[in-house]
Design a protein. Structure first.
Lengths: 418, 289
C-alpha cells in the first residue's frame, strides 16, 4: 500500500460579489505585487466560509489547510453539509480549477465524473456520443472500441444505439453516460452525486459497479454524496469537511457517526423576522432537532417554534405552517387552534414527530390569521431545512421516494385467504 | 507532462499547483489528445446540419447569396472597382477567404463561455477546443473553396479575363491559408481569455468582425485606395493575404512578399501571445466565467 494521492495544505479562495469595475483595480494591484516579486496581497485575507455569518471581507476560503493522503485501492467518502467545500475539492482534484495555494500529487490517470454525460451532444446518436464522451473523459479510440459492447450492455440501450440521444428517456441517457465513465480504465475515479439521478435499479447497479471497481480492480475511488447510506456502504475511509476545513479523516463508520452526532444534543436553525402588522409582531422562527447542524435527522422529532408578541389583544389568532418543496409545491399544512390572544409575548410550538418527513429539502411558510378571518402575516420561504438519514435496515440504499415518509401505516401478512 | 516537470516531481504522474510558469504550455499533452481533437471536429461537422433537409448544401448557399448581394450593392449600385475582374469571382474570392477568418475568430473567441459546462466538469487540455474549431473551419472552407473553383472554371471556359497562375496557386495557397488560420486563432485565443472575466468584449467581437471586413480589401481592390491611405489598409495583416490570393487565382491584385512576411510575423506574435494568455486563464477561468 502506498499513497496514490497526497494533498498538502491546499486552499481555495473565492471573491464574493460580482465581477465589475472594482475587479479591475484588484487585478491591477495583484499584478503590480507580482511584478515586484511579492505575494498576492489578497491571499492573506479572507474569512472562513460560513454562509450564515456576515462577511467581513470580500474574500472567502472555500477550502483551507486541507491535508490528507489516499492509499491505492482505498475508497474515500467525502461528506459535509452544503457549502462545506466538497465540490470545490473535487474540482481541484479533477483539475477543472486550480487551487489558490498548496499542492496535490497524483499517481496514475484520474477520471472524474462530476456530472453524468458531460459533453453529450443531443443531436448525435448513442454510438457517436459514446466515442465523443469517452474521448472527453480521456479514453483513446482503441480503448473505447474495446469497451463499446460492454458499455452498451451496461446501459441497456442496444436498440437505441443509433438514435440521437435527445430522444432518449432521462433514465437511458444517464445509464449510457454512467456506463461510459464506469468503463474508463483509470487508476483513480472521482464521483460526485451521480446517484442522485436514475431509478432505483440503476442506482443499485452504479453502487455495485463502483464496489467492483475498487474491490476487484484495485482502483481508487473518491466519492461525494449526500446519501450517507451509500457512502457508508461503499467507502472505507471518510473525510468530513466543514466550512472548508477538514474536520476529521478516519474510518467511514466513525466519521459518519461523529458527523451525525456533532454537537450532541440539540441543533437548531432559526430566522429572525421581526415583522409587525396590525400590531402583531412575529419575532423569529426556529427549528430544532437532535441531529446535524444545518439539517435535521428524520429519525428524531422536529420542533418548530414561532415567537410572537403584541401590545393588544385579539378575539382569535391562529398560526399556520406550510411545508413546501423547493419548487413551491405545497406538501401539507398544519395550524394551531384559533384562540383568544391576550397582549404579551408567546412562543407557539409545533412538533413534527420523527419518521414523518423524508430526506429532502423543505421550505417553510408561516401565516398568521386573526378573527374575520383575516390574514395579518404571510411569510413565505422563511426557512429551508433539509432532512438527512443516518441508518437503515436492509440492502436498499437508494433514495426513498416521496415527499413524506410516514412510518405509522400498518402492514401485515396473513396466510391463505385470511 | 514535460520532462522538466517530471524531474522535480519524482515518481508522481501529476502535480497540481496554483500557478505554473508562464511558458509551461504542455503542448505535448495537446498532442496526446489528438483523438479528442478529431472527435470535436467530427461533432461540429456532423451536428451542425442535423435535422435539416439541405444539409451540407448550406455551406454553398451562404456564399452564393452573399456574393449576389455584393454584386448588386457594391458592384452595380456603388460601382466599386474590381480590378477589371468579373464581379462574381472577385467577391466570391473575398467572401470565401473572409469567411474562414471570421469563422475561426468568432468560434475560438467564445471557447470558454460556450464550453463552460464541459470545462467545469472534466479536464483535458483546453487548447484542444479552439484547435478543433480551426480544423472544422478549414473543412468548411474547403467546401466553399470548391464552389469558388467551380465558378472559376466556368469563367475560364467561357473566356473571361482571368489569368490563374498555376505555380503561384500551389505555392501561395497553403501559405495564405496557414497565415489566415493563425491570425484567426491567435486573435480568438486572446479574446477568449479576456471575455471570461470582462464580457464587454463579446459585444465588441460581434460587430468588430462585421466592420473588420471593410478594413481589408474584401469588397474593393487595394489598387482602388489612394496611395496616401494605402498604408492604413496594408497595416491590416489580412490585406496582403487577400491580395496575394486574388493575384494567383484571378491574375489581378498585388503579390507582395514583404507584405506576406509582415502578415506571417504578425500571425506568429499573435499565436504565441494568445497561447500564453489562454494557458494562463484556463486554470482558473471556472471561478470567473
Amino acid at each position: 500500500m502506498s499513497a496514490i494521492i497526497t494533498v498538502e495544505n491546499v486552499g481555495k479562495q473565492y471573491r464574493l460579489g460580482q465581477v465589475s469595475t472594482g475587479t479591475i483595480s484588484h487585478d491591477l494591484n495583484r499584478w503590480w505585487h507580482r511584478m515586484r516579486g511579492k505575494e498576492d496581497p489578497y491571499l492573506k485575507i479572507g474569512d472562513v466560509n460560513d454562509r450564515s455569518l456576515k462577511a467581513d471581507s470580500e474574500y472567502v476560503w472555500a477550502l483551507k489547510n486541507i491535508n490528507f493522503e489516499v492509499q491505492q485501492g482505498d475508497v474515500l467518502g467525502i461528506i459535509g453539509r452544503n457549502g462545506a467545500g466538497k465540490s470545490t475539492l473535487l474540482k481541484i482534484l479533477s483539475r477543472t480549477t486550480a487551487p489558490s495555494i498548496g499542492e496535490i500529487k497524483i499517481k496514475g490517470r484520474v477520471a472524474s465524473l462530476l456530472e453524468v454525460g458531460t459533453g453529450f451532444h443531443p443531436e448525435l446518436s448513442g454510438r457517436e456520443n459514446i466515442f465523443l464522451n469517452g474521448a472527453i473523459l480521456g479514453m483513446g479510440k482503441r480503448e473505447i472500441t474495446r469497451k463499446f459492447d460492454e458499455i452498451v450492455d451496461f446501459a441497456g440501450v442496444e436498440r437505441y444505439i443509433d438514435t440521437p440521444v435527445k430522444r432518449y428517456s432521462s433514465g437511458m441517457y444517464v445509464r449510457l453516460a454512467f456506463g461510459v465513465a464506469a468503463h474508463l480504465e483509470s487508476e483513480i475515479l472521482i464521483v460526485d452525486e451521480v446517484l442522485a439521478v436514475g431509478d432505483g435499479e440503476f442506482q443499485k447497479k452504479c453502487l455495485g459497479k463502483m464496489k467492483d471497481v475498487s474491490a476487484s480492480e484495485g482502483r481508487t475511488v473518491l466519492f461525494v454524496s449526500h446519501n450517507l447510506l451509500a457512502v457508508k456502504s461503499l467507502c472505507k475511509t471518510g473525510l468530513w469537511l466543514d466550512n472548508g476545513i477538514s474536520k476529521e479523516i478516519d474510518l467511514i463508520d466513525k466519521v459518519i457517526d461523529d458527523y451525525m452526532n456533532k454537537n450532541q444534543g440539540t441543533t437548531s436553525s432559526s430566522v429572525t423576522v421581526e415583522k409587525e402588522s396590525d400590531g402583531f409582531i412575529v419575532h423569529y422562527i426556529r427549528v430544532s432537532n437532535n441531529g446535524v447542524e444545518g439539517s435535521f435527522n428524520i429519525e428524531e422529532d422536529l420542533l418548530i417554534e414561532i415567537k410572537v408578541s403584541s401590545q393588544r389583544s385579539f378575539a382569535s389568532i391562529n398560526i399556520n405552517l406550510f411545508f413546501n418543496t423547493l419548487d413551491g409545491t405545497m406538501i401539507f399544512a398544519t395550524c394551531s387552534l384559533a384562540e383568544k390572544f391576550v397582549s404579551g409575548e408567546f412562543t407557539y410550538r409545533c412538533v413534527i414527530p420523527a419518521h414523518t418527513l423524508n430526506d429532502i429539502f423543505y421550505s417553510l411558510d408561516v401565516m398568521v390569521v386573526r378573527e374575520g378571518p383575516k390574514v395579518i402575516h404571510n411569510l413565505t420561504e422563511t426557512l429551508t431545512i433539509e432532512g438527512i438519514e443516518g441508518k437503515r435496515e436492509g440492502d436498499w440504499l437508494g433514495k426513498f421516494p416521496g415527499l413524506l415518509r410516514p412510518e405509522y401505516f400498518k402492514w401485515s401478512k396473513n396466510n391463505g385467504n385470511g | 507532462m514535460s520532462s522538466t516537470h517530471q524531474k522535480e516531481t519524482g515518481s508522481w504522474d501529476l502535480v497540481i499547483r496554483p500557478r505554473t510558469s508562464l511558458f509551461n504550455l504542455n503542448l505535448n499533452e495537446v498532442w496526446q489528445h489528438k483523438y479528442l481533437l478529431w472527435m470535436f471536429v467530427r461533432r461540429d461537422l456532423v451536428s451542425i446540419y442535423k435535422q435539416t433537409i439541405l444539409g451540407p448544401l448550406w455551406f454553398f448557399i451562404q456564399p452564393i447569396l452573399t456574393t449576389i448581394v455584393f454584386v448588386v450593392i457594391f458592384g452595380n449600385i456603388a460601382k466599386i472597382s474590381t480590378n477589371g475582374q468579373p464581379r462574381i469571382l472577385f467577391y466570391l474570392a473575398g467572401i470565401t477567404m473572409w469567411n474562414y477568418f471570421s469563422e475561426t475568430l468568432t468560434s475560438t473567441s467564445n471557447t470558454f463561455i460556450v464550453n463552460a459546462s464541459i470545462f467545469g466538469k472534466v479536464y483535458f487540455p483546453r487548447l484542444v477546443m479552439p484547435l478543433s474549431k480551426v480544423i472544422s473551419g478549414l473543412i468548411k472552407f474547403a467546401i466553399q473553396f470548391l464552389l469558388f473553383i467551380l465558378v472559376l472554371a466556368y469563367f475560364i471556359i467561357s473566356g473571361a479575363e482571368v489569368h490563374p497562375d498555376l505555380l503561384g496557386i500551389l505555392l501561395i495557397t497553403p501559405v495564405v491559408l496557414f497565415i489566415m488560420a493563425g491570425l484567426g486563432l491567435g486573435a480568438g485565443l486572446i479574446l477568449s481569455a479576456l471575455t471570461t472575466k470582462y464580457r464587454d468584449l463579446v459585444f465588441l467581437i460581434s460587430f468588430g468582425v462585421q466592420l473588420g471586413m471593410y478594413a481589408a480589401p474584401i469588397i474593393y481592390p487595394l489598387s482602388a485606395i489612394p496611395a496616401k491611405y494605402k498604408w492604413i489598409i496594408l497595416s491590416n495583416p489580412l490585406s496582403s493575404i487577400m491580395e496575394a490570393f486574388r493575384n494567383v487565382y484571378l491574375g489581378a491584385g498585388e503579390l507582395s512578399l514583404s507584405g506576406l512576411l509582415y502578415s506571417f510575423t504578425f500571425m506568429v506574435v499573435l499565436v504565441v501571445t494568445g497561447t500564453v494568455i489562454f494557458n494562463r486563464v484556463e486554470k482558473t477561468f471556472m471561478d470567473t466565467v
